[in-house]
Design a protein. Structure first.
Length: 611
C-alpha cells in the first residue's frame, strides 16, 4: 500500500521537463532535439575553426622547432638566403609601430568619443558619427595607398629620407584604429548613468571636471577594452603596413628608418618562399595568433571584471543611497588643486575634444577627396568593362570586379546560414556554462585573428590539404570564416532584442521552439540581421591578405568555383606597390571605395529603417 502511494506521488510530482515533454509528440521532440544539435554544431564551428587555425599553422611551422631551433628563431637576424630565421627584429618592428599608433590613435579616438557623447549637439553628432563609421569601412589597402602616396612623401620631406618607416606607419595605423577605439569608448561612456553626471554638476563641477574626474574613471574598464582591441588591430594589420614601412628586417636607427613587421614580412616573402623559409613564415603566424588570442582573453577578463563591478555598485547603491554622492564628492576633491581658473581649463579641454572629433572628420574627407579627385578622371565605361592589357595593365578592370563579386557572394552563401543558426543557438537554446563561454571566446578570437594568419590558414587547409588550389572556393571558405563572427554577433544581438512576450504568446498558442524561432523571432529580427550581413560583405570586399594566398593573382574571368582570379584589392596593391600604372590604381581605388562605402551606407539605412 505504501509502495503504491509512493508511486502515485512520483507520478504526480513529475519534473517540469517531463511534464513539458508530455505536451509534444515523440516525433516533434526528436525533431526539436535534432535541430538544437544542428544549431549547436554551427556555433561550435567557431571553436573548431580556432583549433584548426592553431593546428595547421603550428604543423606547417614544425621545422621551426626541429630544424631551426627556438634559439635561432628568436634571434635578431632575418636572412633566409643565408640560413638565418630570427624574428626578434620583426617582432620589435611590430611593437614599435603598434606603440606609436596607440600613442597617436588613443587620444584621438577617446577624445572623439568624449566629444560625441558628452559635448556635441545632436546636429553635430549626426554629422561626425557617420564619419567614424565610414572610416571603419574603408579597406586597409586604401589606407596603405593613401599613406604611400600622401603621407610618405611628406615624411620624406620632413626627415630627409625616403619616408618609409615607423613614423609613416604610425600615422596610417593611428587613422585605422581610431574608429575601433571611438566606437567602443562611446559604448562605455553611454553605459554610465546620466544621474552621475547630474550629481557632479549639482556639486558645482564644470563639464571638464565631470568628464575627467567622474565619467572617465567610471568608464575606464570599457576604455581599456577599446584600447586593447585597437592594439590587436594595429598588430595584425598587414597590407597598409607593408606599403609604408620599407620592409627592412633590421632594428631601425630612427623612427624614420625603414623597418619590417611580422605581418609585412609574411606578406612580402610568402609568394616565393619554400622549405625552412616557409616554415619560419608559418611560425610567425603562430606567434601572431597567440598574441591576438591573448589580447582577446585580456579583453574578456576586463569585461568580466566590469560586469562584476557593475553588480557590486548596484548592490552598494541599494544598501547605501548616499554612496554614489560620496564617491562623486571624493572624485571631485581628488588630486591637486588647479593652478589656472577652472572655467579657462574647461574651455581649453572642451576645445581639445572638439579638435579631436574635427580631425577625425577631416581625415575622412581628405582620404575620400584625394581618391575621388585623382580617380574620377580615369573612370569610364571602358575602364569598368574593359580588360587589363600588357605589362602596364592598360585598359579596364572588369575581371577583377567579377572576381570580387563572385568570391564575396560565394562567401556570403557559405557564411550566412551557419552564422545565423549559431546565433540562434546562443540566443535561444544555450545555457550559461563553460561550453558557451568557450564558444563566445572562440568567436571573439576568430574575429581578432590577423588577416594574414587567416590567409596562411586558408592556404594550408583549403589550397594544400584539401587540394582546392588557388580558387574562388578556397578564398570564399577563408572569407566565410572571417565573416562568421561578424554575422554571429549582430544576429545574436538582433534576436535578443526581440521582446520576450512575443515568444510567450506563440508558446501559449501551442507553437514549438523551432516554430517560434523560424516564424516569429527571425522575421522580427530580419532588419538587424540584414545589417550585419551587409557589414560583413563590406569587410569581405575590402579584404586583401586572405584572398592573396587563397585565390591567386590570375587576371581571368572566373566561371567555375575552382577557377582562380584577381580581386580588386589585390589588383590595387600590385598596381600601386609596384608602380605599374598609377592611373589605373587611382581608378581602382575609387571604385573599390565607392562599393564599400555604399555597403556601409546601406547598412546604416537598414539600421535606421529598423529603428
Amino acid at each position: 500500500m505504501e509502495a503504491q502511494e509512493n508511486s502515485q506521488t512520483e507520478q504526480n510530482v513529475q519534473t517540469p521537463k517531463k511534464r513539458e515533454l508530455a505536451l509534444v509528440s515523440r516525433s516533434t521532440y526528436i525533431k526539436e532535439k535534432a535541430l538544437q544539435w544542428i544549431f549547436f554544431a554551427c556555433a561550435f564551428l567557431a571553436v573548431v575553426t580556432v583549433i584548426l587555425i592553431f593546428v595547421f599553422t603550428t604543423y606547417s611551422a614544425l621545422p621551426v622547432f626541429t630544424d631551426i631551433g627556438l634559439a635561432d628563431f628568436f634571434s635578431f637576424t632575418w636572412a633566409p638566403s643565408e640560413g638565418h630565421y630570427g624574428i626578434l627584429s620583426l617582432l620589435a618592428g611590430s611593437g614599435l609601430v603598434t606603440v606609436g599608433a596607440l600613442a597617436m590613435g588613443v587620444p584621438l579616438g577617446v577624445g572623439t568619443a568624449v566629444y560625441l557623447v558628452e559635448i556635441a549637439s545632436k546636429r553635430v553628432r549626426k554629422l561626425i558619427s557617420p564619419a567614424v563609421d565610414l572610416l571603419a569601412g574603408i579597406p586597409s589597402i586604401i589606407y596603405g595607398f593613401f599613406g604611400m602616396i600622401i603621407i610618405r612623401p611628406f615624411i620624406a620631406q620632413l626627415t630627409g629620407g625616403l619616408g618609409f618607416g615607423a613614423l609613416t606607419a604610425w600615422f596610417v595605423l593611428a587613422i585605422m584604429i581610431v574608429p575601433t577605439i571611438t566606437t567602443l569608448t562611446i559604448d562605455a561612456l553611454n553605459s554610465i548613468p546620466m544621474g552621475i553626471r547630474e550629481a557632479s554638476y549639482a556639486m558645482g563641477a564644470t563639464k571638464w571636471q565631470t568628464i575627467y574626474k567622474v565619467v572617465l574613471p567610471a568608464a575606464k574598464l570599457g576604455i581599456v577594452d577599446a584600447i586593447v582591441l585597437g592594439m590587436g588591430r594595429a598588430i595584425g594589420e598587414t597590407m597598409a603596413v607593408l606599403m609604408v614601412v620599407g620592409n627592412a628586417p633590421v632594428i631601425p636607427d630612427s623612427i624614420a628608418s625603414p623597418i619590417s613587421t611580422l605581418t609585412s614580412q609574411i606578406a612580402l616573402d610568402m609568394s616565393y618562399s619554400s622549405g625552412l623559409h616557409r616554415s619560419a613564415l608559418f611560425g610567425m603566424g603562430v606567434v601572431l595568433f597567440i598574441i591576438s588570442a591573448t589580447l582577446v582573453g585580456i579583453v574578456r577578463l576586463i569585461s568580466k571584471k566590469k560586469r562584476g563591478q557593475a553588480m557590486s555598485d548596484s548592490v552598494d547603491t541599494t544598501v547605501d543611497t548616499t554612496s554614489s554622492r560620496e564617491r562623486i564628492k571624493r572624485a571631485l576633491s581628488h588630486g591637486k588643486k588647479g593652478r589656472i581658473n577652472k572655467d579657462l581649463s574647461n574651455k581649453i579641454m572642451l576645445g581639445v575634444f572638439r579638435a579631436a572629433a574635427y580631425i577625425t572628420t577631416l581625415v575622412l574627407v581628405a582620404i575620400i577627396a584625394y581618391v575621388v579627385i585623382n580617380g574620377l578622371p580615369h573612370i569610364s565605361l571602358d575602364f569598368i568593362f574593359g580588360w587589363p592589357q600588357g605589362v602596364n595593365a592598360e585598359g579596364g578592370i572588369w575581371p577583377t570586379i567579377v572576381s570580387t563579386v563572385y568570391v564575396t557572394a560565394l562567401a556570403m552563401l557559405i557564411c550566412t546560414p551557419i552564422a545565423v543558426l549559431a546565433a540562434v543557438y546562443l540566443a535561444e537554446y544555450a545555457k550559461q556554462g563553460k561550453v558557451v563561454e568557450l564558444i563566445r571566446y572562440a568567436a571573439d578570437a576568430l574575429a581578432s585573428v590577423p588577416s594574414i594568419v587567416m590567409g596562411l590558414f586558408g592556404y594550408a587547409l583549403f589550397v594544400e590539404a584539401m587540394g582546392l588550389g588557388l580558387s574562388m572556393v578556397s578564398a570564399a571558405l577563408a572569407l566565410a570564416l572571417l565573416m562568421l563572427p561578424i554575422v554571429m554577433r549582430t544576429t545574436e544581438e538582433a534576436i535578443r532584442a526581440v521582446p520576450r512576450y512575443i515568444r510567450w504568446g506563440a508558446y501559449g498558442l501551442g507553437a514549438t521552439k523551432w516554430q517560434v524561432v523560424s516564424k516569429i523571432v527571425l522575421p522580427s529580427a530580419f532588419g538587424r540581421i540584414a545589417t550585419g550581413i551587409v557589414l560583413a560583405i563590406g569587410r569581405a570586399i575590402g579584404e586583401t591578405a586572405v584572398v592573396l594566398y587563397t585565390m591567386g593573382q590570375a587576371i581571368n574571368l572566373p566561371i567555375s568555383p575552382l577557377d582562380s582570379g584577381r580581386p580588386m584589392t589585390v589588383h590595387l596593391y600590385l598596381l600601386a606597390n609596384d608602380g605599374i600604372n598609377m592611373n589605373a590604381a587611382y581608378g581602382t581605388a575609387l571604385l573599390l571605395m565607392v562599393i564599400i562605402l555604399a555597403f556601409n551606407l546601406f547598412a546604416r539605412f537598414l539600421s535606421r529603417k529598423r529603428r
